[in-house]
Design a protein around this ligand. Structure first.
Ligand SMILES: Cc1ncc(COP(=O)(O)O)c(C=O)c1O
Length: 398
C-alpha cells in the first residue's frame, strides 16, 4: 500500500464526503512545483484555484508570517489593529473603492456585498429594494445566500431548499433580459467580469458598458465578484479595470494572503455608509497575522509588477495555444482568457486528456467536462507553460 492509499482509506472514515478529489495527495510545494506524498513532482497550473498567485512557500512571506506569529496573531475586531489598517490602505491604492470590510473567504465577501447592497437601499436610500440580479453560469459561493446568487442549477442547490428570497437570474450577454428583470425591488446587479467556474468566459465590453448604463439609469448598484479574477490574475489589479468600470461594491478573497484564509469586500464611501456598528461582523476577518501577510503580498505584487507579468504570460499562452488549435481545429473549440485566467475548450469529453496530463505531471482543472482551466501562479516560469503546451499538443496529435 502506498502512503496515498493509506491516507485515502483514513479520509474515507473521517472527512465529510463533499469533494470529488483528484487522486493526488500534496505533501509539499515551492514556487510552481508540487510534490505528492509518495514523492512524484508536478507542475502546478492551478495554484490552489487562483490562491497562491505569487507562488508556493515564498521565503519572504514565511519571514513575515513567523515574525508576526510571535507578535500578535488574532485579537478580534473589538480592537483597532495597525496590521488591518495598513492592509486596507494598501488595498485601496489598487482600486477606486474607499472602504474595506475584511472577512475570511470569497463566499463571505459576497455575503457582505449582498447585505451591504440591501442595507444601503433600506437605510440610506429608504427604498425597499432587496433583489439581486445575477447571471446564468455565474458562481458566487456556497453559503445559502451566495449559492442562491449562483446562476447554476444542479448539486450546488439540490436539497437545500428553502433558499433565501430575492435573487433573479438572467442569461449572460442578454441586455434586454437584464433590463426586463429590473423592478423597483432591485438593489443590485452582481457579475463576474470573467466567469471562472462557468468556464473562463470574459464578458463582452459592450455588454458591461450597457450594464453600467442600466445601473445608472435605475439608480441601483453594481457588485463585481473579483474573488477569482482579482489581484493581478487577469493582467490588471482587478478585472473590472480592463472595462473602465468602477463598481459600487466588489469582492476579493483567494489570493489576498497567498494561501492564508482572507477575504475582503470593498465599497465606495457613499455605499459603505449602509453599514453601521453592529450591522455586520466577523471574528477572524482581517486578523493581525493574515493582514500582515496580505500587506506583504500587495507589496510584492506592486514591486514585482505581477499584473504586467500575468498579462505577458497570458498573451504568450493564448498565442501558442491558438497555434495548437490551428493544427487541430476539430479537437479544440476555443482558447480564451484574460491574463493568466485561461481556458482551452476541447470539442470532446476532456476527462481522458485531463487524466493523461495529470499522469504526465501537470495539475490543472477540468470544468464543464471539456474545458481545461489553467490558473497558474503569476510568477510561473515561461518554460513550464511551454512544457505544458508541448505535452498538450502531443496528446492531441495521438
Ligand atoms: C467568482 C467566485 N466567487 C466566489 C467564490 C467562493 O469563494 P470561497 O470558496 O472562498 O468561499 C469563488 C470560489 O471559487 C469564485 O470563483
Amino acid at each position: 500500500m502506498t502512503k496515498y492509499d493509506t491516507l485515502v482509506a483514513k479520509e474515507q472514515k473521517s472527512i465529510c464526503n463533499t469533494y470529488g478529489r483528484y487522486p493526488v495527495s500534496v505533501a509539499r510545494a515551492k514556487g510552481s512545483r508540487l510534490w505528492d506524498i509518495d514523492g512524484k513532482e508536478y507542475i502546478d497550473l492551478l495554484s490552489g484555484i487562483s490562491v497562491v498567485n505569487i507562488g508556493h512557500c515564498r521565503e519572504d512571506l514565511v519571514e513575515v508570517m513567523t515574525e508576526q506569529a510571535r507578535k500578535l496573531v488574532q485579537v478580534s475586531n473589538l480592537f483597532y489593529q495597525e496590521e488591518q489598517v495598513e492592509c486596507a490602505e494598501k488595498l485601496l491604492t489598487t482600486c477606486g473603492a474607499d472602504r474595506v470590510f475584511f472577512c475570511n473567504s470569497g463566499a463571505e465577501a459576497n455575503e457582505a456585498a449582498i447585505k451591504l447592497a440591501r442595507r444601503y437601499m433600506r437605510t440610506i436610500k429608504e427604498r425597499d429594494a432587496y433583489e439581486i440580479i445575477t447571471l446564468e453560469g455565474s458562481f458566487h459561493g456556497r453559503t445559502l445566500a451566495t449559492l442562491t446568487a449562483t446562476g447554476q442549477a444542479g448539486p450546488i442547490k439540490d436539497g437545500f431548499a428553502p433558499l433565501p428570497e430575492g435573487f433573479k437570474y438572467v442569461p449572460t450577454g442578454d441586455i434586454e433580459a437584464l433590463k426586463a428583470a429590473i423592478t423597483d425591488k432591485t438593489a443590485a446587479i452582481m457579475i463576474e467580469m470573467v466567469q471562472g467556474e462557468g468556464g473562463i468566459k470574459p464578458l463582452p465590453a459592450e455588454y458591461v458598458k450597457a450594464i453600467e448604463n442600466l445601473v445608472a439609469e435605475n439608480d441601483i448598484l453594481l457588485i463585481v465578484d473579483e474573488v477569482q479574477s482579482g489581484l493581478c490574475r487577469t493582467g490588471k489589479w482587478w478585472a473590472h479595470q480592463h472595462y473602465g468600470v468602477t463598481p459600487h461594491i466588489f469582492t476579493s478573497a483567494k489570493a489576498l494572503a497567498n494561501g492564508l484564509p482572507m477575504g475582503a469586500m470593498l465599497a465606495t464611501e457613499a455605499i459603505a455608509k449602509g453599514f453601521t456598528p453592529g450591522s455586520h461582523a466577523t471574528t477572524f476577518g482581517g486578523g493581525a497575522l493574515v493582514a500582515k501577510v496580505s500587506s506583504k503580498v500587495l507589496d510584492i505584487m506592486t514591486e514585482e509588477k505581477i499584473a504586467d507579468r500575468a498579462a505577458e504570460m497570458g498573451d504568450f499562452f493564448i498565442t501558442e495555444a491558438l497555434k495548437i488549435q490551428k493544427k487541430f481545429p476539430e479537437k479544440i473549440n476555443s482558447v480564451r482568457g484574460l491574463g493568466l485566467m485561461l481556458g482551452v475548450e476541447l470539442s470532446f469529453d476532456g476527462s481522458e486528456v485531463f487524466t493523461q496530463l495529470r499522469d504526465k505531471g501537470f495539475i490543472l482543472n477540468l470544468t464543464k467536462g471539456k474545458i481545461l482551466r489553467l490558473l497558474p501562479a503569476l510568477t510561473i516560469d515561461k518554460k513550464d507553460l511551454e512544457t505544458f503546451l508541448k505535452t498538450l499538443e502531443e496528446l492531441l496529435s495521438i
